[in-house]
Design a protein around this ligand. Structure first.
Ligand code: G4P
Length: 536
């Protein structure tokens, strides 16, 4: 009897895992990530009318200095996790920040997804940020689906775009559909597998789903309606593609070597549904993940997951920190007792949340592939593993080494308590690392960050979220090493005073800053007794 009940539970978990699709959208700013996100929500039925996400984006901008900075630079700093259903599948869409300086944050998010959607602007093709984000995906062999957007505007020939993907990214590009008409004459897509024409009609401001006519390419009515030039071009292209011998290899797609390509216009809702259907069909459900105890399959009874992101003050009304857990196996339940590997103790999962943009609601359960928001009373750090059965640990989330350094000065000394709290919480989020002068020689903390813009983020967030005004005095160093090993040799290196600076991190470990990699390499060579680590 008991065994039967247990089998039924496992069957349910397997069913739930099989219908999960957890993905992120990566793109260069302005390619249309926000618009596509919104249209995926429209087509899944999660929202009734397009415009809501954008409206909220604007509303947020109006109320926050920090987010105004986000707007003025055309980047997205806030991350959200959206969940929606489409034709029996449950999608988890994780937002990735869109600026090059946030590669570390982006990397963490990409550790938590099973596939990625790359949005390209049909006129611009591969842009610098697309390439950077792609490199991160490649490091993890994440399967990628491509949506070539803005086909309603004059752009580049589709074959050129495919060629650029192959040349610049070194990834095979296999078209799943083909645009009908160009620029202002863009009318829909031709499904190359089903050999079907999908001709869309525009709606007012693209708020509602676009009515679609589905038919055969040799239907005379279709030929007449789309007009001679567009029809001739389509027939020529289709013949050319048949001869080009594109074929989609699922195994290579799953390794991130080949990407299916879809064309469309997110703003007009053209080609959005075929893309969503493609995502459902091709994006893989959660797979097995490597842990300290070997591969963990997602469809087992035991729950496990890891924290990939921490964010403070997501909502000023709540004033709390949210830790984001990616469930990797089994079923997560509200109030369950789980083992916290790093703290080596059990913790109760009270108040788990699901997030929809900035809205949050308490959830009762979640399955592998889902993202759960945990209100974090300082219990969780990025990379922590939580599990219900035998203690295990998922591979850590790598950190990028800092390349920019600056002294952070608190301009308002009466706010020292808030200043310290803000520093600690933002460091916990992984926004920056905080270093200190040994023996308190210098009172102000030194920030170590991956990119310059991160200084502005720290300052703006301290101001907006903790009400502390600060300034940053930039330091001329470009690289840091965590130092350990022979104490006499370390002492000698410090006494002989190189051009750099020696500091300590929060745990008291020594950190040396160097102006150039060459200078760092010189010291490494001269002090073989000392260990120089790029990361903590
Ligand atoms: P992002 O999140 O990748 O940064 O891009 P976002 O969706 O915000 O889109 C950037 C701009 O491109 C927006 O215009 C948006 O309306 C436009 N856009 C998105 N998809 C399409 C498309 O398929 N065709 C065309 N022609 N434009 C598209 P904006 O002027 O910056 O904003 P808004 O005033 O339209 O809101």
């Amino acid at each position: 009897m008991f065994e039967l009940a247990e089998m039924a539970v496992i069957e349910e978990i397997k069913r739930e895992v099989a219908r999960r699709r957890t993905f992120a959208i990566i793109s260069h700013p302005d390619a249309g990530k926000t618009t596509l996100t919104e249209k995926l929500l429209l087509y899944s039925g999660a929202i009734e009318l397009a415009g809501a996400v954008k409206a909220r984006k604007n509303q947020r901008h109006a109320t926050s200095d920090w987010l105004e900075m986000e707007q003025s630079r055309g980047i997205s700093i806030t991350s959200t996790a959206l969940q929606f259903d489409y034709q029996g599948c449950r999608f988890n869409l994780l937002d990735t920040p869109g600026h090059q300086d946030f590669s570390e944050d982006t990397y963490r998010t990409l550790m938590a997804v099973d596939s990625a959607v790359m949005v390209l602007d049909g006129a611009k093709g591969i842009e610098p940020q697309t390439k950077k984000l792609f490199d991160v995906c490649r490091m993890r062999h994440i399967p990628i689906l491509i949506f070539i957007n803005k086909m309603d505007q004059p752009g580049r020939p589709p074959l050129d775009l495919l060629d650029e993907i192959e040349k610049v990214l070194g990834m095979g590009a296999v078209p799943k559909n083909w645009p009908i008409g160009e620029g202002p004459d863009f009318q829909g897509v031709y499904d190359l597998e089903q050999k079907q024409v999908l001709r869309f009609q525009r709606t007012v401001r693209g708020q509602q789903r676009a009515p679609v006519w589905v038919g055969e390419i040799d239907d005379p009515q279709f030929a007449e309606e789309i007009g001679g030039p567009a029809y001739r071009q389509l027939c020529e292209d289709v013949a050319l593609l048949a001869g080009a011998g594109f074929s989609f290899d699922r195994e290579r797609f799953l390794k991130g070597e080949v990407a299916p390509v879809y064309f469309g216009s997110a703003i007009h809702n053209f080609g959005v549904e075929p893309f969503l259907a493609g995502l459902k069909e091709l994006a893989p459900p959660p797979g097995a993940r490597m842990s300290s105890h070997g591969l963990v399959a997602p469809g087992i009874e035991a729950f496990s997951g890891f924290i990939f992101k921490i964010q403070a003050n997501m909502d000023r009304r709540h004033r709390d920190r949210m830790a984001f857990l990616r469930v990797c196996s089994g079923r997560f339940e509200k109030d369950m007792l789980v083992y916290h590997s790093r703290l080596d103790r059990k913790v109760r999962m009270t108040r788990p949340h699901r997030l929809f943009g900035r809205e949050r609601e308490t959830i009762e359960e979640a399955f592998a592939g889902d993202v759960v928001g945990l209100v974090n009373p300082g219990l969780f750090a990025i990379g922590d593993t939580l599990c219900s059965a035998a203690p295990l640990k998922y591979d850590g989330i790598p950190r990028f080494h800092p390349e920019c350094f600056g002294i952070l000065i608190n301009r308002n000394l009466s706010k020292n308590k808030q200043f310290q709290k803000g520093l600690q919480q933002l460091e916990e989020e992984g926004v920056m690392q905080v270093l200190f002068s040994p023996d308190g020689a210098r009172r102000e903390p030194i920030l170590a960050v991956v990119g310059n813009l991160q200084f502005d983020v720290v300052q703006a967030r301290l101001q907006y979220e903790y009400d502390v005004e600060t300034s940053v005095e930039r330091l001329p160093y470009t690289s840091a090493r965590w130092i350990s090993g022979d104490a006499d040799a370390i002492d000698k290196m410090i006494r002989l005073r190189w051009e750099g600076m020696h500091l300590q991190d929060r745990d008291g470990q020594m950190v040396a800053l160097f102006s150039t990699e060459r200078e760092c390499a010189f010291h490494q060579k001269h002090y073989p007794e000392i260990e120089f680590k790029e990361l903590k």
